[in-house]
Design a protein around this ligand. Structure first.
Ligand SMILES: Nc1ncnc2c1ncn2[C@@H]1O[C@H](COP(=O)(O)OP(=O)(O)OP(=O)(O)O)[C@@H](O)[C@H]1O
Ligand SMILES: [Mg+2]
Length: 411
């Protein structure tokens, strides 16, 4: 779905300038926020990495201008001659005493910018997990709706997903991020942080990255910060830790705690952490999470839904009833079901289109003119694929998650 956003962005910026000149700073700020949201979407549509980064940076800068307008500090507003993709020099004032040197700060900003995404997973892309989806929707609704007069309902800001590999934790986080929208209806900015890669690439800087990440996430509110492989960051403190790891942990704790107190009511940053090893998590971190949700291996009904997503919804036909396939995939995770479906369909397509390698030898134009053939999937297709995939999570391992869940609920 390509949208041409250049014009709306220009118009919004023109409006922002009009409001600013008329002294209507709040209205101008809203326009800059809207422009930043549009730029976020525009960035996702960029065809080159440079363009993507440039647009994301511009989005951050307009948000910064909006923030300053709202806080009454308008000194730098002159930078806002939008339209052209020209990065302005605005930079978010680094907070605290540990402010990095300017050049390092620029680097850290660009690392954080690279983590920004606009999620495109919808609730319907996720089979089953209906209770979990409802629970998340309820939590979001409760947080975003108007408070009853005289009552203050605390917002939900921290959710932990735990469970075996490939059960939909990342999908759920992305769908949640898409469900959180700004008042203009633009999905929230999704910060997808794979802890292991941040740690391995920028070990000494990780603590600064965490602060910058949360600072930026507040600027781009509403935001969802997804901390994947959470145990890598928040392992129990006794297990052979180093000074750097302790620093990351205390920075993260401060950010998680600070969220509620720092948070103006119009800023919303939701942290979603995911792990396969919840028992390795530091208890101090764990206690911060209001919701700990087990994402289990799919049951039979759920497996059928996941199979339909990866076959029926992609247009494939099968002579084997879905109920039978659901029974045959007992113990599979969602990811294993997806792989299973891919094996089945690829096998069938290979069988139906033997002539393709020869056509490729003849040249590109021959391949382009060729119509791929498909047929209904048969029991033999499924049997062949089934022999290739072996579920990796045992019943005993699944029970370990259940026991852990009980142990934290008793506390
Ligand atoms: N409930 C589901 N419905 C549809 N597809 C699913 C579901 N669960 C998993 N999948 C498929 O498996 C893939 C992996 O899922 P996902 O990345 O969300 O797993 P995860 O729980 O984050 O795993 P890990 O713990 O290894 O990070 C998805 O891209 C999707 O194709
Ligand atoms: Mg994942």
């Amino acid at each position: 779905m390509e949208m041409d956003l250049h014009e709306p962005i220009k118009r919004t910026l023109a409006k922002a300038r009009q409001h600013f000149q008329a002294g209507e700073h709040d209205k101008a700020a809203s326009c800059y926020e809207k422009a930043a949201n549009l730029l976020g979407v525009y960035a996702e549509q960029a065809t080159s990495r440079e363009a993507e980064t440039r647009r994301k940076k511009m989005a951050l800068e307009y948000r910064e201008i909006a923030r300053r307008l709202r806080s009454g500090d308008t000194a730098d507003e002159r930078d806002s001659d939008g339209g052209a993709e020209r990065p302005a020099a605005a930079s978010r004032p680094a907070s605290g005493s540990g402010a990095p040197a300017p050049q390092a700060a620029g680097e850290i900003r660009s690392i954080v910018t690279d983590l920004m995404h606009q999620a495109n997973v919808t609730w319907d892309d996720i089979g089953g997990l209906d209770d979990t989806k409802d629970e998340i929707k309820f939590a979001l609704g409760m947080t975003l709706a108007k408070q009853p007069p005289g009552v203050r309902i605390a917002a939900w800001t921290k959710i932990l997903f735990f469970g075996p590999p490939g059960t939909g934790k990342t999908l759920l986080a992305a769908a949640t991020s898409r469900a959180v929208r700004s008042s203009e209806g633009v999905p929230s900015v999704f910060y997808n942080v794979k802890i292991s890669s941040v740690l391995s690439k920028y070990f000494g800087e990780s603590s600064k990255i965490v602060s910058e990440l949360y600072g930026t996430a507040r600027d781009t509110s509403p935001s969802v910060v997804f901390l994947d492989e959470f145990e890598a960051l928040c392992g129990k403190r006794d297990a052979g830790d180093t000074g750097a790891e302790r620093r990351i942990l205390s920075t993260l704790l401060a950010e998680l705690d600070g969220m509620d107190s720092k948070g103006r009511s119009d800023i919303y940053v939701l942290t979603i952490a995911a792990t396969n090893r919840p028992w390795d998590l530091d208890p101090a971190v764990l206690s911060r999470f209001e919701k700990k949700i087990l994402i289990p291996l799919p049951d039979e009904v759920t497996r059928e839904k996941i199979l339909r997503i990866h076959l029926e919804r992609k247009g494939f036909k099968t002579e084997v009833p879905y109920e039978d396939l659901a029974k045959a995939t007992e113990g599979f995770s969602g990811r294993e079901i997806e792989r299973f479906c891919k094996e089945v369909t690829t096998g069938m397509i290979e069988q139906m289109n033997h002539d393709i390698p020869g056509l490729v030898d003849k040249g590109l134009e021959h391949v382009k003119g060729y119509q791929l053939r498909v047929r209904e999937l048969t029991r033999e297709d499924f049997d062949a694929a089934g022999r290739l995939i072996h579920p990796q999570t045992t019943r005993e391992e699944m029970n370990k998650y259940l026991r852990w869940k009980e142990s934290v609920q008793e506390e």
